[in-house]
Write a protein that binds this ligand. Structure first.
Ligand code: LLP
Length: 444
């Protein structure tokens, strides 16, 4: 007899994990962007990553509209491209009129090649190389976010003979604790990122003597996957105090406050989505009051969401290749795993899964979803609640859009997945599957 596990949530209770266009059709099949997920899997092969264009566009618009409606000063949303970047995504983000954050010469190259306007690009990074800084300067990007005094010195040298100044921002480590995985906390004083507050004066002094660099902003990023709004308010206060110090002691006037990444996203049914409007209202109110208190005009408010722009739009599809019975459970071995999604192994991240062709079938067993890589830690999901699954079935994992493909590797020389964008019943390949030829393309 089929039993429903009491703690299992049917997909209807977890629609907030799936792309906005998701429907389960009358046969129980998963439809995204008007396309049948299993049919795409059979057509393009697996692992396959599907992105729903409407969900990405909606996330961009939600952030922009929320900031614009809550803050009376100027606002800008930059997409943090480390979450996911390829040519199609760069174009979509440009089309939505967001700015773009890059953290490497590679991300900058992809963005520029896709036609992303350089003026709307910011370059981040705690260890930008000389080559990367030269590349950014040559491209005429909108802002370089200086992370440390050595980088500042390098930039002073590289810009010495330029005819016009380069806009820069200072990233500070605001010394604010956050409640997220230790690997993705960045706001504390011992973080490798950002200038310690004690180094602010030294940076300011150097910037004052350097006419080839214009300080336009001040930046802090607290960490990723945050659900608590309070640290953002604390960060704004630290940033504004720093801005006041720059003004009062160094006669440096900044135009913008950048509070870094966006809100956390739910990965499992028990987690709820953050209210972007509440987030925008809190940071807008804190900034408005803080500017007033310190005698600043309303400074431009900049945010850099990555995960919350693309996570929900992405669904990963895998084929069950083999199974292994264990005394009290079974393992379903899939054709992907840590190569395309390292998050469970790296952060103990949790995901959910459904059978793409029997989404609403009753749950019959709790199984482990194990990846194909030669690593015992390659377990995508430790306890997945599924109907009885068979070899050949297609598994669909939601909230797979952020920090999966962008962190993907070719361990075991398994080629990286194909990526498809779906919209209005049509699917288009935006990144082909890696080939064996790609794997040897660099060998000499
Ligand atoms: N701005 C800066 C300076 C950042 O370092 C980050 C993320 C963001 C913005 C975007 O934050 P988001 O809106 O995505 O939370 N690989 C990890 C996440 C690393 C985040 C790194 N920095 C993960 O898979 O959870």
């Amino acid at each position: 007899m089929k039993t429903r596990y009491p703690h299992n949530q049917p997909i209807a209770a977890a629609m907030h994990l799936w792309p906005l266009t998701t429907v389960i059709d009358e046969r129980g099949r998963l439809i995204i962007g008007g396309c049948d997920a299993a049919t795409l899997a059979h057509g393009y092969g697996t692992p396959l990553y599907i992105f729903d264009e409407a969900t990405i566009r909606a996330a961009c618009r939600t952030y922009r509209a929320a900031l614009a409606s809550c803050y009376r000063g100027e606002t800008t949303v930059h997409y943090a491209s480390k979450a996911l970047l390829n040519t199609a995504i760069a174009r979509l983000i440009a089309d939505e009129e967001l700015g773009l954050d890059v953290v490497s010469g590679g991300e900058l190259y992809v963005a520029l090649r896709a036609g992303f306007p350089p003026q709307r690009i910011h370059l981040h990074g705690n260890a930008k190389t000389r080559d990367e800084l030269e590349q950014a300067l040559a491209a005429g990007i909108g802002q370089i976010v200086i992370d440390n005094l050595d980088e500042l010195e390098m930039l002073v040298n590289l810009t010495a003979h330029r005819p016009y100044p380069q806009a820069v921002a200072l990233r500070i480590a605001p010394d604010i604790a956050t409640d997220t995985h230790a690997h993705i906390q960045t706001g504390h004083a011992a973080s490798k990122f950002g200038l310690p507050l004690a180094a602010l004066d030294a940076a300011a002094t150097r910037l004052r003597e350097t006419s080839s660099l214009t300080l336009t902003g001040i930046h802090a990023h607290l960490g990723s996957q945050l659900f608590d709004l309070k640290p953002y308010a604390a960060a704004i206060d630290v940033l504004l105090d720093s801005a006041a110090r720059l003004r009062d002691y160094h006669e440096l006037t900044i135009e913008e406050i950048n509070i870094g990444g966006g809100v956390g996203v739910p990965y499992t049914a028990d987690q709820r989505p953050m209210d972007i409007h509440a987030y925008a209202a809190l940071i807008a109110d804190t900034l408005t009051y803080g500017c007033l208190q310190r005698g600043f005009p309303l400074l431009r408010l900049v945010i850099e969401p990555g995960r919350s722009i693309v996570a929900r739009a992405g669904v990963a599809l895998y084929t069950i290749v083999a199974t292994k019975p264990l005394p009290h459970t079974r393992l379903l071995h899939i054709d992907g795993g840590m190569g395309d999604n390292i998050r469970p192994a790296l952060y103990d991240a949790h995901y959910t899964v459904v059978l793409a062709e029997r989404v609403d079938a009753a749950v019959e067993e709790v199984v482990g979803i194990t990846g194909r890589y030669c690593e015992s830690g390659d377990v995508l999901i430790r306890a997945a609640h599924l109907p009885r699954a068979r070899v050949g079935d297609i598994l669909a994992v939601p909230v797979a859009g952020a920090y999966t493909l962008s962190m993907a590797g070719t361990y075991n020389l398994v080629p990286r997945p194909a990526v498809v964008m779906v919209k209005d019943g049509a699917a288009r390949l935006i990144q082909r599957r890696e080939t064996y030829d790609d794997l040897v393309a660099r060998d000499v």
